[in-house]
Write a new protein. Structure first.
Length: 245
């Protein structure tokens, strides 16, 4: 096995195991016994940033190019456009879910300091992209990993590993939403895609856009937005990197 693959495999495996362990109920409960529960997401985000920086620092290149799009070519412009769009979309989608600062865990700490109520966790949302995809942020990240104009063996390995990790993490996060909300989330699952919309969802999306009906004021949207389940005060029973689904 090439040295670069051993190194990169260790980085990917370590990252996945660390973040899987961090979100287990026993460890979250242990954390909440030592520190206030509202600091959990901020702690998790800090660990994520540190491990990402370490991972990219020690990442080894394979030196084997699968393809390299020529700058100025149509394919190159298309690739960079989709790459940039996926990054913009990642931040834009927060408009339809929780705020970016709540996702990082900063908002929870600030609200606590100000003596205000903590934000809601896991809720069904039917505005914008969330009407069709339950976890659009993760979809944007998957696209980001696959649209680089230069692809080497190690970047391919990273794209495959990240996609698998995102899918498994999102699937379990979806199950936590089901456990937290129940029937409403089950109905939500039946009418939306987890990450990648199929033909039925895409057709509905096109139909809604063409008719101007994107669920902004629909009765089902008002009902969904009003049915909020707060996270138990005793701890993060459903710890998640995206606290408000």
């Amino acid at each position: 096995m090439p040295h670069w693959l051993i190194t990169d495999l260790m980085i990917v495996t370590s990252y996945g195991l660390l973040h899987t362990v961090l979100t287990t109920k026993p460890l979250v409960a242990f954390y909440n016994n030592l520190f206030p529960s509202y600091t959990w997401n901020l702690f998790y985000s800090t660990v994520s940033v540190i491990t990402l920086l370490l991972g990219f620092h020690y990442w080894e290149s394979s030196g084997v190019y699968l393809f390299q799009l020529t700058p100025g070519s149509l394919a190159y412009h298309a690739s960079t456009f989709i790459l940039a769009s996926s990054l913009i979309a990642f931040f834009y989608f927060f408009k339809f879910t929780t705020s970016f600062w709540q996702w990082l865990g900063v908002k929870q700490v600030v609200l606590r300091i100000c003596g205000q109520e903590q934000p809601a966790y896991y809720r069904v949302r039917l505005k914008g992209i969330k009407r069709y995809i339950r976890f659009p942020h993760h979809t944007a990240l998957i696209v980001l990993f696959w649209t680089h104009p230069v692809m080497t063996l190690d970047t391919l390995f990273l794209a495959v590993s990240a996609t698998i990790y995102l899918y498994l993490g999102t699937y379990h996060q979806d199950l936590r939403g089901l456990a937290a909300i129940g029937r409403d989330w089950q109905e939500y699952r039946a009418n939306t895609a987890l990450l990648i919309p199929g033909p039925r969802i895409i057709a509905r999306m096109i139909r809604d856009i063409s008719s101007g009906d994107e669920g902004h004021d629909s009765p089902e949207n008002k009902t969904a937005e009003s049915s909020v389940l707060e996270r138990p005060s005793g701890g993060a029973a459903f710890a998640s990197k995206e606290p408000a689904a």
